[in-house]
Design a protein around this ligand. Structure first.
Ligand SMILES: [Zn+2]
Length: 334
């Protein structure tokens, strides 16, 4: 682990003027040095350091209201933070890839246009088969780890849900993949294009009732049935991204598609559609919607406990608020 020295601007928290200082990082210790000697030393952790946002300087919160601005044009500070174990969060990591991810989404549109306008079979094939596989491959490489749930448990859940889905939505193809997160609890579930539903161990372990998990899976199948992930991707597109694809390296940007998908936030309307789909599926199978509704509360409490409620996962962070969604689910029961 190498020690580094950078230039930064120190603010004492009482006056607006900043003061040029040297910032030294050795392991987890950050030291602020002036010509007169050491000004302050703190131990680095995630709470102290602001998220990396493009080229903006990182802000380090010191004690007694003081703070430090550290420009990091060559990423040296960032690497020192990683080496010190102050890892960037999942959301940060994705945000960092966001421009490239957006560009890659434009790639999908180009392919979709090629498919519909010219009827290029290769493009249609890519959208239907290669994209979903590529998404899983990338997520597995960057974020997910193998599920640690017993195989029997996974098989039982899949078997039960497959039977329930066959009753309510026999024509919606899907596949359930069990995974866990490498460095986070992974209390989450998500629907990817092509009908892949990812269920993370943390969410399965948190649910006391399998009926609640049936609700979660049904909700995700709702996203699949309505093709929300592809629609969401198209909505996330901007013209700048399209230009990047037209004049940039196409094969390269495709590799970032999964990152964009990983943080896809569905709209209010998409969540309601998915909840309604879940209610219909549960009812068609004589399964109560109460455990699913109750599970929202459990999830919310758990998240506040684990992360101070700062970055809820996709399943919860969507709108409308979980309280509103719970109420809708309860109303649906009666
Ligand atoms: Zn959802």
């Amino acid at each position: 682990m190498s020690d580094i020295a950078l230039r930064g601007v120190y603010f004492d928290g009482r006056t607006a003027a900043g003061r040029g200082v040297e910032v030294r990082v050795a392991g987890r210790d950050l030291t602020v040095v002036t010509e007169d000697g050491t000004l302050d030393t703190v131990t680095l952790d995630r709470e102290r350091v602001s998220e990396r946002l493009a080229q903006a300087p990182r802000i380090v919160a010191l004690d007694h209201g003081a703070s430090l601005e550290v420009p990091d044009p060559d990423g040296r500070f960032d690497r020192a933070l990683e080496a010190a174990g102050v890892y960037p969060s999942l959301v940060e990591r994705v945000q960092r890839f966001w421009p490239a991810a957006l560009a890659s989404l434009a790639g999908i549109v180009v392919l979709a246009i090629a498919t519909y306008v010219q009827g290029v079979p290769a493009a249609a094939n890519w959208l239907a088969y290669r994209l979903p596989d590529e998404v899983m491959r990338q997520l597995d490489r960057r974020i997910f780890a193998r599920s640690r749930l017993p195989a029997a448990r996974r098989e039982a859940l899949t078997r039960r849900f497959t039977a329930a889905a066959a009753v309510a939505a026999p024509d919606v193809p899907f596949r359930i993949e069990y995974r866990t997160m490498r460095d986070e609890p992974g209390v989450n579930a998500m629907a990817l294009p092509g009908g892949t539903i990812v269920l993370l161990d943390g969410l399965v372990e948190l649910a006391e009732d399998d009926d609640a998990l049936m609700g979660v899976l049904a909700h995700e199948l709702g996203h699949v049935a309505h093709k929300h992930s592809l629609r969401g991707l198209l909505q996330a597109l901007g013209m700048g991204a399209l230009a990047a694809v037209l004049w940039g390296d196409f094969s390269n940007v495709i590799a970032n598609v999964p990152l964009a998908l990983g943080v896809l936030r569905y709209s209010r309307a998409f969540e309601r559609d998915a909840d309604d789909f879940a209610v219909a599926l549960l009812k068609a199978n004589g399964i109560s919607t109460h455990p699913f509704a109750d599970f929202f509360t459990t999830l919310e409490e758990e998240l506040h406990k684990e992360r101070g409620g700062s970055t809820p996962p996709a399943f919860l962070s969507t709108h409308p608020s979980s309280a509103e969604r719970q109420q809708r689910l309860r109303d649906a029961e009666n």
